[in-house]
Design a protein. Sequence first.
Length: 243
Amino acid sequence: MANPLLKEDVFKKTSDIQGGVVYSERQTAMTISGTINKSIILLLLLGASAAYAWSHPAIAQTLMFPALIIGFILAMVNIFKPNISGIIAPIYALCEGIVLGAISLYFNNSYPGIVVNAVFLTIGVLFCMLAAYRAGLLRATPKFRKILLLSMMGIFVFYLINIVMSFFGSPLGYFGSNSQGAVLINLVIVVIAALNFIIDFDMIEQGAYRGAPKYMEWYCAFALLITLVWLYLEILRMLARRR
């Protein structure tokens, strides 16, 4: 789902503030380029495990739910222990790749070619949001953060309600519906997921400026991966509904 990991208080907990600038002791400071490099590493790991799951469907079906559970546990641990992100993030990327590979294969069998479209659309949205951020068209102002946070909370509650509804086989459930209303809701969630990148980019920039500890590069790359995966899944679901 959304990306609750990149919060300003995370950086406050990892460094001491002196005169408005954060100084990390006994550690190399976090950099933007370092975060980008680690994000690429995680994407490669996720892509490799997803490709393996794609080419071994029987194994993927067996590993999907254990990988999902392990990935969730790792995500929770990483929220409270960011200093071990260098260990957790790569393992999480491998687990998430198994899950995405299995889900993508299912969708592609039902709608051939849909996965390629979803991947390119996700990448396109990422670069568009990065361009908008770099150009100053979108900024993580306090009002922007507040609106986005409230939207994400609403989506979280919406997800929970629909998961409960799905247990009772309700035809009104969001996840199993192909109505135009569901498509519209799907589009709104895609937009909110995309806007999360602005928060991510801003916090990475602030972390590098403040000299956050080096391990925060893994933490931020991990958080970016969560947003990217959420966006991909919602785009995949939206394309499937349009089919």
